[in-house]
Write a protein that binds this ligand. Structure first.
Ligand code: HEM
Length: 159
């Protein structure tokens, strides 16, 4: 990220994080209103999921100056999202909905610059998540090609 963008997020993050719960509520309200087809991916009770998202936003905001340090946990999060049904085309939807929710809860504290700065940060987070999902999918594909070991060498397999 650009150092100036990092400094601006550092300067404004306390305000944003003070409203992280309403932000998470607004995010899913907007997401499911705009993309009702995504609702089925999520549990009926969204309480824990909202907490998960609030914690993820807090982690990113608190570490915006060292997102590289979060590379492995974010790749792991991306890998887990395969099982949740998240596909690459859904990440820009989540990013833009998150930016809209941030604008909604930040009110007059939000502006074009804040939008650009957070978009840059979320793009970095999403690139790591998609990279993790890609690597995990490659492992799954390779494993699917592996013949079950007992089929290849009958002599050892106890019948
Ligand atoms: C900025 C990108 C994203 C972040 C930071 C994020 C964050 C999270 C976190 C922290 C969890 C909790 C579970 C875990 O840690 O494994 C989670 C679960 C989940 N996410 Fe994401 N996510 C992102 C993008 C997406 C996208 C693009 C989708 C697709 C619509 C999605 C759908 C889900 C679903 C369905 C769950 C599981 C809910 C459940 O069954 O408990 N997420 N996400």
């Amino acid at each position: 990220m650009h150092p100036a963008a990092i400094r601006r997020i550092q300067a404004s993050r306390d305000g944003l994080l003070a409203g992280v719960e309403p932000l998470s509520i607004a995010f899913y309200d907007i997401l499911f209103t705009t993309y009702p087809e995504l609702r089925k991916l999520f549990p009926a009770d969204m309480a824990r999921q909202r907490e998960h998202l609030a914690s993820a936003i807090t982690l990113v905001a608190r570490n915006v100056e060292r997102l590289g340090m979060l590379a492995e946990p974010l790749r792991g999060l991306g890998a887990r999202h395969i099982a949740y049904g998240a596909t690459n085309d859904m990440y820009p939807i989540v990013r833009d909905t998150l930016l809209e929710a941030m604008a909604t809860v930040s009110g007059s504290a939000w502006n074009e610059q804040a939008h650009r700065d957070w978009r840059e940060a979320l793009d970095e987070v999403i690139a790591l998540m998609i990279d993790g999902a890609r690597a995990a999918q490659a492992r799954l594909d390779a494993a699917a090609l592996e013949p079950a070991s007992h089929d290849t060498d009958d002599t050892n397999y106890p019948h």
